[in-house]
Design a binder for this molecule. Structure first.
Ligand SMILES: Cc1cc2nc3c(=O)[nH]c(=O)nc-3n(C[C@H](O)[C@H](O)[C@H](O)COP(=O)(O)O)c2cc1C
Length: 160
């Protein structure tokens, strides 16, 4: 992908999430900013995973995923879940296990526990469409990502 195209896309500010799954008695997790709401009724969301990602098979096969929307204080987790093996990613991370069996990161701004209902191949990514089965929200302001940088803007606290 060209530098110019990446630069243009990076002007679209997003939140940052860590998506987790539980597959073959192991926890899987990765940093993701392609998360988006699709439909309110029914409650549908999506995110896309690079087809060459080593954890793709786990996320596609696990039957569901949990999205933790990172708070402005969780920049380190965004980096931790974008590299290394799964033991390194979850090392020292505080998380709760949901009834679905998946992990929700503690201290996040919001979370969505989803059943995977469709996998849509799309170029070099797969779109993972999920139906929200449970969710929650805290007063923690979210972490923002734009221009390839994390923006832990505390002024967002005024929005809560
Ligand atoms: C801020 C940020 C957002 C990211 N968003 C995505 C995403 O939406 N989809 C994706 O496939 N990878 C995304 N990545 C990259 C993955 O986190 C990274 O490639 C992945 O964890 C590599 O692990 P794996 O190949 O072992 O699965 C993002 C990385 C960062 C730092």
């Amino acid at each position: 992908m060209s530098r110019a195209y990446r630069d243009a896309l990076s002007c679209f500010a997003t939140g940052v999430t860590v998506v987790t799954a539980h597959y073959e008695v192991q926890d899987w997790g990765m940093t993701c900013n392609s998360f988006s709401s699709v439909s309110l009724e029914p409650r549908l969301v999506l995110w896309s995973i690079r087809q060459s990602a080593s954890s793709r098979a786990a996320f596609v096969s696990a039957g569901g995923y949990t999205v933790s929307v990172l708070s402005h204080e969780q920049q380190a987790l965004a980096r931790q879940f974008s590299t290394g093996d799964m033991a390194q990613r979850f090392a020292g991370v505080s998380a709760d296990r949901l009834e679905s069996g998946r992990l929700r990161l503690a201290g996040s701004s919001a979370w969505f526990d989803c059943a995977l209902i469709q996998v849509i191949p799309a170029g070099d990514h797969d779109i993972l469409l999920g139906e929200v089965r449970d969710f929650g929200c805290s007063v923690e302001p979210p972490l923002i990502f734009a221009k390839s940088q994390f923006m832990p803007d505390r002024q967002l606290a005024a929005c809560s």
